[in-house]
Design a protein around this ligand. Sequence first.
Ligand code: FES
Length: 581
Amino acid sequence: MAFFPPVPTPKSPEQLRSRRWFAPDDLRSFGHRSRIAQMGFGGEELRDRPVIAVLNTWSDLAQCHTHFRERAEEVKRGVWQAGGFPVEIPVLSLSEMFVKPTAMIHRNLLALEVEEVLRSQPIDGVVLMGGCDKTVPGLLLGAISVDLPAIFLPAGPMLAGRFRTTRLGSGSDVWKYWAERQAGCLSECAWRQIEEGIARSPGTCMTMGTASTMAAIVETLGLALPGSATIPAVHSAHARLAAECGRRAVGLVWEDRRPATILSPQAFENGVIADMALCGSTNAIVHLIALARRAGIPLSIDDFDRISREVPVIANLRPAGEYLMEDFHDAGGVPALLSRLTAMLHLDAPTVTGRTLGENIAGAEVLSDEVIRPLDRPLDSAGGTFVLRGNLAPDGCVIKPTAADPRLLVHSGPALVFDSYADLKARIDAPDLDVTPDTILVLRNAGPIGAPGMPEWGMLPIPKKLLEAGVRDMVRISDARMSGTSYGTCVLHVAPESAVGGVLALVQTGDRIELDVPGRRVHLAVDDAELARRRAGWTPPPPRHARGYGKLFHDQVTQAPDGCDFRFLEAGPPPPEPDIF
Ligand code: FES
């Protein structure tokens, strides 16, 4: 069935949502106005102005958002300039580094917080300030559900890292140099220099990791300003972007341009096309499906595989390619990338600018054919993420073939099974580990429920004895996710996960596993009768949490192909407006 977003209809001051709190001549509104006066604002400063929430994911433990205190002031400046009334509200800050076992567990908590913060207070529109991985989908999931006019301000990437004369990329170079250190090829002194040089400024990981992928996708979806995804966090243009987001948020309110008037199946298809051309993080699959489902729009992992067959990888960015985010920005950023894909994109998709995607990118120019390759000279002729199926993953799993050793894309080998990440940590570097370069490492109980939260454990470390022998890649299979900055022949998001009885739970060390990435197949070579026998003896692991948010997560989270949202938060009508008595 065709799906068209509703056409926005302009609003008058009398129709502002916040007027329900402030306009009536009654006792309750008297209380609201007097408390605004308590904060030092006169009636004139509020009258007929849309109230714009500036949702800020800053905290002293959000290392990628350390500039967000200043940026919030710049957003507010823009809101005042455009005739709005800004209110900064702190929301859950989710550092991809410091929240354990994974910030993914709290993505839905942030989403729920955003929905309730916006729903329950006198707010007409919102600027969403995020960037570090899970903050992006967390903010957007909530904003889509509450469906107030919203614009996303990405944190922007940090400066390129530096080790002596070498440029360092977030994540990717950590894994690379750690492997060298493990193999005994890197000194203590050099390792310390890398530690001090890899993260040199505020901003998000500057490789095409999850943060950069999601920022680019959100821009393509039409929920952020054109060109915003790649502006480095410390660039003066980023401060100007913040003010522009504030100004535009006011315009969105008057135009009643809400997520529901922007998002459509075509917008999501555009987002997936951009993801594939960028060879984006595999995490984007989970987040985009969750976002689409919140918007009531069908999107499945098979759509990613279908589009991956049609869209070449043209962004030459680490970890799949060579360059870093500031190079991508200097080459023209997302508008330039999209200008190479116009024949595939739905250019009539609406955006927060009030113009279509096609109008936004008209005139965009690619300034480096090395960073953004021409279509006839791609990094890879097929897109960034493939979806595999087989008896080991009947509901699907994913792999990023561009980040894998081509020799391993068709491979068969014996499984070496780890029951948990603790098990893996305890055994992986043992000198007597029975492992060869042909072995397939298997990690289970690392999925949405099992871990919980499917942490980014999917790039299982290469055993030390193989590193010392020069091995740098081998096939790894898990129900975990993988950092967007990671690489290797890693089969991820196996569904159903082992903790709910997926076949991954039944694999035994020594079983043969067959991987055929071009054929989109992953197969456990064990016959059905034997699998049935093993299943009869299998019991699910006990939940990690008996109470609290962990229990809610365990009871409500969906599997990876469904986006790992909470069942009770998926699509439905917008939440009811609060009673004001
Ligand atoms: Fe924040 Fe990578 S740690 S984006």
